[in-house]
Ligand binder design. Structure first.
Ligand SMILES: Cc1ncc(COP(=O)(O)O)c(C=O)c1O
Ligand SMILES: N[C@@H](CCCC[NH3+])C(=O)O
Length: 420
């Protein structure tokens, strides 16, 4: 359930008509619902209430790093899963406690490892022996001990889009799970790190719990083995990955089903479980509001050219992803159209042969389920600037990210003297 609904024939975000946001802020603009974010955060937490110990919940900042979103989630008791120094800085400045931050990522630089050590973050998820040795040396040289988990690759196919699958043997993430015993034996002897657990994340937008269950079962076997070899394991990080419906009528596992599966598989683990949900919290908490520039006749169907483009919402161009598309003030009439942006490449196509509300030039419409991996993946391609973001709270709203105009981007560029 979300809070983007028709009231008196007009689409609202909570109690704010989207037309009002368009008038005040312009389009394209991402619109987030505070109530939906908070609801999703609570639903996910409640889904894990059957665990033996309270879990550690770390929102995957990559899904939506807006500072207002992070503050909202910090207020809901969430920490953060970060994958860069930039995300770490955001999580801290949004008010998340350093101890509640987990640092994932296959290519953390020395500078980023030091940034994490300086901040005193809760856990580094190391993704290789090489990274573990480097982190141990950096921490020891500073008289610190970094809490770590080893991210393992369980060789499980998540059954999702190839580009967002992370747990198959040939993916770059983690270490092959079979290498864990030797790495634990080696790394746990190093001063500078306390290797206290395992981490796994097999991919994003999972539509089926079976691959997760398979991966967690493998993790449980490895936990037992590591303990039998004398290691103390106190934390196990089960990552994120739960998918959400993008298309009306699609069925996805509910957080409660996920929670029940986790409780069953981990019943005798005797650890603190950690989770890194992203999309399931943010996806349906946002829409991308856009205006129709013009409707142009096509060979078979008209082209509805909107003022949002692939630089604002990359998912359709990158993954062929579907986003439901609805008029803000539907007339009741329908049309079949190709929905495209203004960018000069054919990839700037949101939908082909889509049955949708009838639209004419100047009408407003939304791409739904744009709260995750939306604004955060924006670029300024075609010198279009960066899209604005708004958060709604009941009948109020606030701009939570200014539109960055093309001129401001050009201001950061220089023509060197040698070009005259
Ligand atoms: C390590 C890690 N944790 C968590 C996530 C969040 O995933 P999702 O948004 O699918 O929950 C990702 C992205 O897939 C990730 O790479
Ligand atoms: N960007 C991807 C998700 C990537 C998840 C990263 N671990 C998407 O929009 O679906």
């Amino acid at each position: 359930m979300d809070h983007f609904t028709l009231k008196d024939g007009e689409l609202h975000a909570e109690d704010v008509p989207l037309a009002r946001i368009s008038k005040d802020v312009g389009t394209p603009v991402y619109v987030y619902s505070r109530a939906t974010f908070a609801r999703h955060a609570r639903v996910f937490r409640d889904a894990l209430s059957g665990l033996r110990r309270p879990p550690h919940l770390a929102f995957a900042v990559k899904a939506n790093p807006n500072l207002a979103v992070l503050r909202l989630l910090a207020n809901e008791g969430y920490g953060a899963d970060v994958v860069s120094g930039g995300e770490l800085a955001r999580a801290l400045s949004a008010g998340m406690a350093a101890k509640d931050i987990v640092f994932s990522g296959v290519g953390k630089t020395d500078a980023e490892l030091v940034q994490g050590l300086d901040a005193g973050i809760g856990q580094f998820n190391i993704e290789s022996g090489e990274e573990g040795r480097e982190l141990a040396a950096l921490a020891a040289s500073r008289g610190q001990v970094a809490r770590c988990a080893l991210r393992v690759n369980p060789d499980v196919d998540a059954g999702t889009h190839d580009k967002i699958s992370t747990g198959r043997a040939d993916n770059k993430f983690g270490v092959p799970i079979g290498h864990a015993p030797a790495l634990f034996a080696e790394l746990s002897r190093l001063p500078g790190i306390e290797l206290r657990g395992l981490a796994v994340h097999i991919g994003s937008q999972l539509s089926d719990l079976t691959p997760l269950e398979t991966a967690f079962a493998k993790l449980g076997d490895m936990l037992a083995r590591l303990r039998s070899e004398g290691h103390t394991i106190t934390h196990m990080d089960l990552g994120g990955g739960l998918g959400v419906p993008y298309r009306r009528g699609e069925h996805f596992p509910e957080p409660a089903e996920y929670g029940a599966m986790v409780a069953r598989i981990t019943a005798d683990w005797d650890v603190t479980l950690m989770f890194e949900p992203g999309r399931v919290i943010a996806g349906n908490a946002g829409v991308l509001l856009t205006k129709v520039i013009r409707v142009k006749r096509g060979l078979n169907h008209p082209f509805v050219i909107v003022d949002a483009a692939m630089n604002d919402l990359a998912r359709p161009a990158l993954y062929g992803a579907w986003h439901d598309f609805d008029a803000v003030a539907p007339s009741g009439e329908r049309m079949t159209a190709n929905i495209v942006g203004p960018i000069c490449e054919t990839g700037d196509t949101f939908a082909l042969d889509r049955e949708t509300d009838a639209l004419v030039s100047g009408d407003l419409a939304v791409f739904r389920t744009a709260g995750a991996y939306g604004a955060t993946m924006a670029s300024s391609y075609n010198s279009r600037g960066f899209v604005a973001e708004v958060m709604v709270d009941g009948s109020e709203f606030a701009v939570v990210a200014d539109r960055i105009l093309p001129g401001a981007i050009a201001d950061a560029e220089r023509v060197p003297d040698f070009l005259g």
